[in-house]
Design a protein around this ligand. Structure first.
Ligand SMILES: [Fe+2]
Length: 211
């Protein structure tokens, strides 16, 4: 998101509310972005409004180092900074239109670490379906660009891993449209993943000009 420190503001949805049809409908996006994402932003600002030292902390630091905070702030910052960070990535890594494919550097890493896109999809789906209750399924990279699929509960992030793509499996992400059919939601989400943008992030971070 644009601002890295307090006060945080809700970034606009980066496409029209009907742009992801039929995979994600307008009602789902309005509630998910305008209500749920907005609430994490508001709650995080409220937690930090009388904490001048923490107001200088970038969002990533709040997500990474919440365990160092005084006890009365710890769980609130963990949940709400994570909620802001995760939702920002979620909405930025969906795209309207036909599914794109990963750029060569990312495709090579997918082939190397998973054996291809279908195997990556299967791993992501297993993580999304296997997350008991609310949470997230992730494609993330380690410090060397190695790819991993992981899941996190609640609003926990994958930091210090580098998050590349995330599937929100909280029911608020899909229940209005898919009710209890999380697998159908996953399929729709997979078709909307912005591989062009994800490839750019991966390339900037891990491509070496001399390779
Ligand atoms: Fe969500």
């Amino acid at each position: 998101m644009d601002q890295t420190c307090y006060p945080f503001t809700l970034p606009p949805l980066p496409y029209a509310y009907d742009a992801l049809l039929p995979g994600l409908d307008e009602r789902t996006l309005h509630f998910h972005h305008d209500k749920h994402f907005a609430a994490y932003v508001e709650n995080l600002n409220k937690l930090l409004e009388d904490q001048p030292a923490l107001q200088a902390w970038p969002l990533e630091r709040l997500c990474r180092d919440w365990a160092c905070l005084p006890e009365h702030l710890r769980q609130g910052v963990r949940n709400n900074a994570g909620g802001v960070y995760n939702h920002d990535l979620y909405f930025r890594t969906l795209r309207p239109g036909l599914a794109a494919t990963p750029a060569p550097a990312l495709q090579e890493a997918i082939d190397r670490d998973f054996g291809g896109m279908e195997a990556l999809k299967a791993a992501m789906k297993a993580a999304a379906m296997g997350q008991f209750g609310s949470g997230w399924a992730w494609l993330a990279a380690d410090g060397q660009g190695g790819l991993l699929v992981v899941k996190t509960p609640n609003q926990d992030t994958v930091l210090p891993l580098c998050p590349l793509l995330c599937c929100d499996v909280w029911e608020h992400a899909y229940y209005l449209q898919y009710q209890n059919r999380r697998a159908d939601y996953f399929e729709a989400w997979w078709r909307l993943a912005d591989w062009t943008g994800v490839s750019q992030v991966y390339g900037r971070r891990f491509s070496h000009p001399f390779f």
